[in-house]
Design a protein around this ligand. Structure first.
Ligand SMILES: *[C@@H]1O[C@H](CO)[C@@H](O)[C@H](O)[C@H]1NC(C)=O
Ligand SMILES: *[C@@H]1O[C@H](CO)[C@@H](O)[C@H](O)[C@H]1NC(C)=O
Ligand SMILES: *[C@@H]1O[C@H](CO)[C@@H](O)[C@H](O)[C@H]1NC(C)=O
Ligand SMILES: *[C@@H]1O[C@H](CO)[C@@H](O)[C@H](O)[C@H]1NC(C)=O
Ligand SMILES: *[C@@H]1O[C@H](CO)[C@@H](O)[C@H](O)[C@H]1NC(C)=O
Length: 305
């Protein structure tokens, strides 16, 4: 009984929680491979917010030509904090399952979240290896708490691969709606998705817990509480400051030398040698490689200046 009560508590909790998310895919640009050239079948129909008519000719679903592969994606336009994704398949408004013509098409599908349109550069949220005609749901939900810009639906029927008999011979999008629930902005969390990430210098935090996952450029540390080490700057403190007059005055955020450059360097980042310095370097190279090694190149350069 205790376990049961706990289960009820948890599912109610999740339900309330899920209600706080926003569908960030709504009316965003969508694309599909092998698009049929009629608006009735547009990729964007799967993000139009309409899912009352689940027929492929109803104008509310994305439909592609049936081929060996099928790819559909939505561009969230910036990196978003995603919590879960809901997919409504085309059912023709008929009972789903073995008797429905469309049920065999999504079998084996996968869902990715990526920062590019290349699914393989992203995170695999779900790959169907188990569903059968009588178990695949007509409305599929997967939790995928990652950050990304593209949500990609993919399926394939490769000639070489042997599939269960009940799989279709080819695949198509056949998607009535793809809802991507998450934060309306990048750095937020909480049931309302309105709380900014708790750590001030955090760029992305876990959508449920608020734990920081990526610091803003210029910061490091578990809670992004530390500026980059002196001489370093930028995203993940991975960039090296130029020749600042005072390396302590190199901006940890963008590498600007706030009190100017070493005499031989110029530019905001003090990474460009001055013309004079370039000439000297050039002369120095010539002298170094010349046969006359008796005179030190330093002395000669000094005399030249
Ligand atoms: C996705 O949307 C962004 C913002 O509108 C745009 O800059 C980018 O080119 C789009 N990506 C593709 C592949 O169209
Ligand atoms: C997308 O980029 C952000 C920021 O660099 C990163 O935190 C996130 O993990 C990336 N998402 C994927 C799916 O690779
Ligand atoms: C089919 O299998 C053969 C041998 O395993 C392989 O060389 C070939 O690339 C495969 N073709 C495809 C389309 O996967
Ligand atoms: C959720 O957001 C609304 C406004 O959008 C606000 O009135 C409400 O207090 C918030 N609830 C919580 C628990 O933060
Ligand atoms: C670089 O960052 C500093 C603060 O560290 C700021 O004052 C300056 O305006 C920034 N420069 C640019 C070009 O964004």
């Amino acid at each position: 009984l205790v376990t049961k009560m706990y289960a009820v508590f948890v599912s109610v909790g999740v339900f309330v929680f899920a209600n706080g998310y926003v569908n960030v895919a709504l009316n965003k640009p969508a694309y599909q491979q092998y698009q049929i050239p009629w608006h009735t079948y547009d990729a964007s129909n799967a993000v139009d917010g309409l899912k009352s008519d689940l027929r492929y000719v109803g104008g509310q679903c994305a439909v592609s030509y049936s081929k060996q592969t099928s790819t559909w994606w939505v561009n969230l336009t910036t990196i978003h904090s995603i919590h879960h994704i809901i997919i409504y398949f085309i059912t023709s408004n008929n009972p789903w399952g073995p008797s429905n013509y469309f049920t065999k098409y999504p079998l084996g599908f996968s869902v990715y979240v990526s920062n590019t349109t290349d699914r393989l550069q992203g995170t695999l949220c779900y790959k169907d290896d188990n569903f059968r005609l009588d178990t695949i749901p007509a409305v599929f939900t997967t939790t995928c708490p990652v950050h990304g810009q593209y949500v990609i639906y993919y399926n394939e029927r490769i000639l070489n691969v042997s599939y269960p008999d009940e799989y279709s011979y080819s695949v198509a999008s056949f998607l009535c709606e793809v809802e991507v629930y998450g934060c309306p902005a990048t750095g937020c969390y909480g049931s309302n998705n309105t709380l900014p990430c708790p750590d001030v210098n955090c760029q992305y935090c876990h959508i449920e817990t608020g734990t920081c996952q990526d610091c803003q450029p210029g910061y490091q540390g578990y809670r992004c509480e530390l500026a980059c080490d002196k001489g370093k700057y930028g995203s993940e403190c991975s960039k090296t400051c130029g020749y600042c007059r005072d390396v302590k005055q190199c901006s940890n955020i963008n590498g600007t030398c706030l009190t100017g450059c070493d005499p031989d360097y110029q530019g905001d980042l003090c990474k460009t040698p001055t013309l004079k310095a370039q000439k000297y370097t050039f002369l120095g190279d010539i002298l170094y490689h010349s046969t006359d090694r008796r005179a030190s190149s330093v002395t000669i350069l000094h005399n030249l200046s």
